[in-house]
Design a binder for this molecule. Structure first.
Ligand SMILES: O=C(CSCCNC(=O)c1cc(-c2ccc(F)cc2)cc(O)c1O)c1ccc(O)c(O)c1
Ligand SMILES: [Mg+2]
Length: 215
């Protein structure tokens, strides 16, 4: 096929969504992925849980690991008050290029910093480069085997502090067993599993919310 799936997702947004209307961007992507082609967005069902956690935390600084086409970036950014922002990391340059256009179409570019690079390389520079003290909320949705090492790296870099909330996608499907074991057994995290379904399917999946309790 000539175009990539992310390119077809962007086209669906440009056809169906209204510029400056984040909800219409979300609706257009969900409709396309439910009725045309499945894609690895967090989706509408888990997305509603993500929304409720963002509203509960009302974060000033959010870190998203794994942008893909920017669907969850838009979901998060649309709920942020003026002055709050989400830094989103994407390793794949093709995904990043599409995400920039999706975020721009939603009109939320002022609340989003998209960084291209590998999480393991970028995280150590976060404090210095973005003047971030610590993150209020981290949404993990990138390589599943990077959830645990990147969580430990965030701890080591002092980017996670008492009260920071980690919200992890796909803890059942594809699954992140080592991460789950860590946050559920560590005395320094309070963890809760939100049972749901893999985006646009009937398969089980869920989000794990873990609150850092401090040292
Ligand atoms: O794809 C990646 C890894 S980053 C995306 C992580 N996310 C997932 O993998 C992910 C996967 C699934 C899922 C997939 C197939 C199933 F059968 C069931 C579930 C669902 C999700 O919600 C996800 O978030 C990448 C990186 C750099 C590159 O250069 C590159 O070509 C590719
Ligand atoms: Mg995911």
């Amino acid at each position: 096929t000539r175009t990539s799936r992310p390119q077809r997702i962007l086209k669906a947004v440009q056809r169906k969504a209204t510029v400056g209307d984040p909800q219409s961007v979300i609706t257009a992507i969900d409709h396309f992925c439910r009725h045309r082609e499945w894609a690895m967005n967090v989706g509408d069902e888990k997305g509603s849980i993500l929304d409720s956690v963002v509203n509960e935390v009302s974060p000033v600084t959010v870190l998203e690991l794994g942008t893909y086409c920017g669907y969850s970036t838009v979901r998060i950014a649309r709920l942020l008050p003026p002055g709050a922002c989400v830094i989103t990391l994407e390793f794949n340059p093709d995904y990043a290029a599409i995400a920039r256009q999706v975020i721009k179409w939603s009109g939320l570019e002022d609340k989003v910093q998209l960084v291209e690079g590998a999480s393991g390389d970028c995280i150590p520079w976060m404090k210095e480069h973005f003047g971030v003290q610590a993150f209020d909320l981290v949404f993990l949705d990138h390589w599943k085997e990077r959830y645990l090492p990147d969580t430990k790296l965030l701890e080591e870099c002092g980017l996670i502090q008492k009260g920071t909330v980690l919200l992890a996608d796909n803890v059942i499907c594809p699954g992140t067993p080592d991460y789950l074991e860590y946050v559920r057994n560590s005395p320094r995290y309070n963890s809760h599993y939100y049972r749901s379904h893999l985006e646009y399917t009937k398969a089980e999946d869920g989000l794990e919310k873990s609150v850092f309790l401090g040292y």
